[in-house]
Design a binder for this molecule. Structure first.
Ligand code: PEP
Length: 255
């Protein structure tokens, strides 16, 4: 049995004061829900403040990116050990970073290795564009991303052990558009592409332990439909993670 997992990706939203306010409103509702791993991913500037507010709760903290190097002349970047001071998780390979900041499967792969080396659980995002989807290239694109992003991890992942990895299937055309995938369609990508690729790389026992989430226009009203699919282990939530009632409803649906 894979434990359900829901993470809120706040993207580039909320000052420190706004983050404190949102967390103070979220915590009582989230704390009342058992049986789900709950994670908040605010911007870097709010990590310290949010970490302090989450102390003593069962709510995890994640960053939205890291550099792959430990330290050095990389102006404006944040290293894995800096993030690991506060966080247990890090979102990597989000389509917005691939589209606007030049991230490639190669750089995502370096970041995944760096995260694992610093005991950060990566939440790896994969997903196809609308054009790729319409050209029926989803399988090829997702399988390539999983293979290349997880290339060379054999030594870092013990087959058969519990997974130190979460994957989010996020069709790019569904992110922030209000046009969610169908639950059946998303589950089919997980069962026909993501898990078989993981099985090929690391063995079936390991593939069965990896939590695979769906992300893309999930709201309170449609979350249960996705989470009722046995192949979908939870959600990566963007816009709705900034709305207290919606996010709590989504986490409730996963529990
Ligand atoms: C995301 O940014 O990962 C995401 C899924 O966004 P939204 O929920 O707003 O579509």
């Amino acid at each position: 049995m894979r434990k359900p997992f829901v993470a809120g990706n706040w993207k580039m939203n909320k000052t420190v004061a706004e983050s404190r306010h949102l967390v103070s409103e979220l915590v009582p509702g989230l704390q009342a829900i058992d049986g789900v791993d709950k994670v908040l991913c605010p911007p870097f500037t709010s990590l310290l403040a949010v970490a302090a507010l989450l102390e003593g709760t069962d709510i995890g903290l994640g960053a939205q990116n890291i550099h792959w190097e430990t330290a050095g002349a990389f102006t404006g970047e944040i290293s894995p050990p800096m993030v690991a001071e506060y966080c247990q998780y890090v979102i990597l390979g989000h389509s917005e970073r691939r589209a606007y900041f030049g991230e490639t499967d190669e750089t995502v792969n370096r970041k995944i290795k760096a995260a694992l080396a610093h005991d950060l659980t990566p939440i790896l995002c994969v997903g196809e564009t609308l054009e790729e989807n319409e050209a029926e290239r989803t399988k090829e694109v997702i399988s390539r991303q999983v293979r290349e992003d997880l290339y060379g991890l054999e030594g870092m992942i013990e087959p058969g052990n519990e997974s130190p990895l979460v994957i989010a299937y996020e069709p790019i055309w569904a992110i922030g558009t209000g046009m969610a995938a169908t639950a059946d369609g998303a589950a089919a990508v997980v069962s026909d592409v993501i898990r078989p690729t993981l099985s090929d790389l690391f063995g079936e026992a390991f593939a069965q332990t990896v939590r695979v989430l769906y992300g893309g226009s999930v709201k309170g009203g449609n979350a249960a439909e996705f989470f009722s699919q046995p192949e979908i282990d939870g959600g990566l939530i963007g816009g709705a993670s900034l709305k207290v009632a919606d996010f709590i409803e989504i986490v409730q649906a996963a529990s």
